[in-house]
Design a protein around this ligand. Structure first.
Ligand code: CA
Length: 236
C-alpha cells in the first residue's frame, strides 16, 4: 500500500481552493495528496490510496453514497469532511462505513491528528508498523515476517531480533546492544544465544547473506532489494 513509506491520501473535494489548500497542507506534513473533484473520479482513484478524505457535497454523487460504495470493496480508511454537523448525520455516516468525520470549518492541525489516529487504528499503510525492505517485510503489529510475499514462521525471540535489525537496516549493531535490546538489560545468559538465533533466522529467511557478521562489532542486516526469489534449497 505504501510505496517508500509515504502515506498517499486521496482528497475528494469539489471546491478547488479547499482542495488545493488541503493538498498543500497534507504535503507539508509528509503525506502525498492526490486531488479529485467529484465522486465518480473518487471511485476510480481510491484503490491506490491509503486513506480517502471525502467531502460530502459533491456535484455528481452524494458523498455518503461514495463512502458506501468505497466501503463495499475495500477497507481503506475514509474521513468525511462535511458542513453538516448534527448528530444524526454523524451516525448515518459512520453507518455508511466512514472511519471518522470532521466538521467544516476545521483546522489543518485537527485534520492531521484525525488522519494519524485513523491510520493508526486501521493498521493499514502505516509506515512505522511495517518495515518494508523490498523482499523482506517485517510487520511490527501482526508480528508477521515474509520473504518475497511468502510468510516465514519465526519464534518470538527471532522476531524481536529480526525487527531490531530491520529497524536499523545496514547499521552494524554491536552484540551487547542487541542482547540488551532483544533480550533485556539484565540478561546475563550466554552470548552464544545470539549466534544461535542468528543462525536460525538465516536459515528460515533463506538468505543467509542478509544477516552479516561484522567483525569485532556484531551484526548488520543488508537486504539486497534487487535480488530475486531465493534459490531452491539444494538439498545437500
Ligand atoms: Ca463540496
Amino acid at each position: 500500500m505504501c510505496d517508500g513509506g509515504v502515506v498517499k491520501i486521496l482528497v475528494v473535494e469539489d471546491d478547488p481552493a479547499i482542495a488545493e489548500s488541503l493538498a498543500v497542507g497534507l504535503g507539508r506534513h509528509g503525506f502525498e495528496a492526490e486531488v479529485v473533484h467529484d465522486g465518480t473520479s473518487a471511485l476510480h482513484q481510491a484503490d491506490g490510496c491509503d486513506l480517502v478524505l471525502l467531502d460530502l457535497g459533491l456535484p455528481d454523487l452524494d458523498g455518503s453514497e461514495v463512502c458506501r460504495r468505497l466501503r463495499e470493496r475495500s477497507n481503506t480508511p475514509i474521513i468525511v469532511l462535511s458542513a453538516r454537523s448534527n448528530e444524526l448525520d454523524r451516525v448515518v455516516l459512520l453507518d455508511t462505513g466512514a472511519d471518522d468525520y470532521v466538521v467544516k470549518p476545521f483546522g489543518l492541525r485537527e485534520l492531521i491528528a484525525r488522519i494519524r489516529a485513523v491510520i493508526r487504528r486501521s493498521g493499514t499503510g502505516v509506515p512505522d508498523h511495517r518495515l518494508d525492505l523490498g523482499p523482506l517485510v517485517v510487520d511490527l503489529r501482526s508480528h508477521e515476517v515474509s520473504v518475497d510475499g511468502t510468510p516465514i514462521e519465526v519464534t518470538p525471540k527471532e522476531f524481536d531480533l529480526l525487527a531490531h535489525l530491520a529497524s536499523n537496516p545496514g547499521a552494524a549493531l554491536n552484540r551487547r546492544s542487541i542482547l540488551e535490546e532483544v533480550w533485556d538489560v539484565n540478561w546475563y545468559g550466554s552470548p552464544k544465544t545470539l549466534d544461535v538465533h542468528v543462525a536460525s533466522l538465516r536459515r528460515k529467511l533463506g538468505h543467509p547473506e542478509w544477516i552479516q557478521a561484522v567483525r569485532g562489532v556484531g551484526f548488520k542486516l543488508v537486504v539486497d532489494a534487487t535480488a530475486g526469489p531465493a534459490d531452491e534449497p539444494d538439498g545437500a
